[in-house]
Design a binder for this molecule. Structure first.
Ligand SMILES: C[S@@+](CC[C@H](N)C(=O)[O-])C[C@H]1O[C@@H](n2cnc3c(N)ncnc32)[C@H](O)[C@@H]1O
Length: 294
């Protein structure tokens, strides 16, 4: 880790850890304070963003979704499943930008489900409080029901094989998938044990089971073996890791009044530092993956 990070991180942790642990007890571990990030909407974004020619959080998040939607080749008549849809901004985005009329979504946080239900999207056929890495699917009518499955900035929270199994259960023959995830870079084996351990520990703190991260070649082979073709992987480290880290660095800290807001802000700062660290180390990539079932 870059030396200057250590004392600052330690100082902040010491100051805010009691507040954080108290707040985390009442919050879902995946909860993200989108308003602090720059999205106060009911159906808010909570992804890392694709920071190309923008310094606006909502635009960057929509751009990341756009990358995923284009990679999945979304068509207006597709039945689409969105995995880990968060507070639902992507659901609105698929309807507006790709004209999708039949959408379903999985999300694990009850608070997100409540927001999405409150928005009453006419194109939403079903919103399930369900894990995208656990079979069986929450409703048997979802088996092989989807032309395309998309997942924006969430798949790295699961083991790849479990995530893939859910995708395969839900996908129609010749269906397409597109998702962003993390992968180990080709430099990983040469990295010192200390750097490897530190990277894994930091990712674990962000609820990424990083011990099982695959390399890009391994993702490709796993998809081939599962019967996928047209497999594409694009590394987006600069646009995502560096972009998010820079955005948070220049963001004025909000006027923090409550313990909860302090904890939320700390979580955001830590995520940005982790992104900066990953971009600098080059041991873990942010990748966009797309493929089609044969
Ligand atoms: C970084 S957020 C991205 C949210 C949304 N896709 C977006 O672009 O704004 C990751 C989301 O994945 C959800 N998530 C994590 N693990 C999950 C799982 N196993 N099953 C379903 N959702 C999960 C989290 O609750 C969180 O809402």
């Amino acid at each position: 880790m870059k030396n200057k990070f250590k004392p600052i991180l330690a100082q902040q942790l010491k100051q805010w850890l009691p507040a954080l642990s108290h707040h985390q007890l009442s919050q879902h571990r995946f909860a993200i304070a989108s308003t602090l990030l720059g999205d106060p909407n009911l159906l808010a974004w909570s992804n890392l963003g694709f920071w190309h020619n923008t310094s606006d959080y909502q635009v960057a998040c929509a751009q990341l979704a756009q990358q995923v939607g284009l990679a999945a080749g979304l068509q207006a008549n597709d039945h689409v499943l969105d995995l880990g849809c968060g507070q639902g901004a992507s659901l609105l985005y698929w309807t507006k930008q790709f004209g999708i009329g039949h959408l379903s979504a999985f999300e694990i946080q009850p608070a997100c489900i409540a927001r999405i239900q409150a928005a009453n999207l006419p194109q939403l056929d079903g919103i399930y409080q369900a894990a995208f890495d656990q079979l069986p699917l929450p409703d048997q009518r979802l088996n092989h029901a989807f032309d395309a499955i998309v997942c924006v900035d969430a798949a790295y929270h699961a083991h790849f094989s479990d995530f893939l199994a859910v995708n395969m259960a839900a996908l129609k023959p010749q269906g397409r998938i597109a998702f962003t995830t993390l992968s180990k870079s080709n430099d990983w084996p040469q990295a010192s044990l200390l750097n490897q351990t530190l990277t894994l520990k930091l990712l674990n703190l962000a609820y990424v089971p990083a011990q099982n991260l695959l390399k890009n070649d391994e993702i490709r082979t796993t998809l081939q073996q599962a019967g996928f073709t047209d497999i594409r992987l694009q590394v987006l480290d600069a646009e995502v890791f560096t972009g998010f880290a820079r955005y948070i660095q220049q963001l004025d800290p909000p006027e923090i009044l409550t313990v909860a807001a302090k904890a939320d802000w700390l979580k955001i700062k830590m995520t940005a530092r982790l992104c900066a660290f990953l971009a600098k180390q080059g041991l873990v990539h942010y990748v966009l993956v797309s493929a089609r079932l044969v």
